[in-house]
Design a protein around this ligand. Sequence first.
Ligand code: F0G
Length: 351
Amino acid sequence: MHYQGIIAKYKELIDIPRDAEVVTLCEGNTPLIPVPKIIDALGGGFSLYIKYEGLNPTGSFKDRGMTAAITEAKSRGAETAICASTGNTAASAAAYSARASMRAIVIIPAGKVATGKLAGAIAYGADVIQIDGSFDDALTLVVQISEKHPIALVNSLNPYRLQGQKSGAFEMCDALGRAPDWLALPVGNAGNITAYWMGFKQYHSLKNTGLPQVLGVQAAGAAPLVLGHPVEHPETIATAIRIGKPARGEQAIAAAEESNGRIISVSDDEILAAQRLLAYSGIWVEPASAAGIAGLKKEIDSGRFDPKGKTIVTVCTGHGLKDPNVITDNFKKPKILPATLAALEKEILHG
Ligand code: F0G
């Protein structure tokens, strides 16, 4: 039978109502891509794979959680879903709601959502509302409104989101035959790091697959878990993780501690450099998704982490197409030549 998404694949392990009709876009089943050029750039002597979550149906890992959250909401008769979002959750909630013939309302911080995400949410037919405030303000509002009205909250505060997202850990263990030694991933609202840790522990208890050490990576301008306090005005080029009060912050810290890992921060320049490293390996990701590689590089370069002989996986959470402006705004514009062979030869052979 052809692949039918993460709920069909991992039915017994995902805790959602048994009789629910599954709302799916056949998400998950994303590749672990080896990146030998990045291994060399980081000094060599270890294995490194990219879990390329940009290949999910709406271009980010959120689809793993959304299939579960919308399936559960639909099964109890919800007609409307709502979320706060820096963009990817919005696009995913919009797509899965469309699939379930539900209304989606997405609340986003005005001017701080990448073009491809906003366009996605609109294309899938969501009611998109911008607020003059941050993601954290938007999250406070959607929690309040969903407590007052029969509207299903599909942010990662919704436990079904984690049920779905932990499938990424199962897939890694299936592909490698065991858990990696280290898992590096970006941290924003801290749902994904929580879900991965949950998934690895569950698989280990069933299949003895081992546990990774977890390296969570925040952007320096939005690093409440590193600073130890909320950040009132978070700022980073990685708008996906521009979050000052992570809803699952305590669980993220617990995952890092229990796994004998840590949560660190990287600068926007380090994020953009990691985005380039990935792109030159043929993997274009949005800035937030490069944070894992940026964090790994920082730890290796500083000598805090010896990668020799280790198997490391980095989760690249969203596709580069989501945020094309980061590239077009920050890189040299392609030249325009006269349409002549002479001009072309001059440029290519002597340029
Ligand atoms: N990477 C990308 C591309 C994201 O969109 C997000 C979160 C994260 C990493 C961090 O994941 O929040 O589970 O720690 N995006 C949310 C959104 C906040 O609204 O799309 P997290």
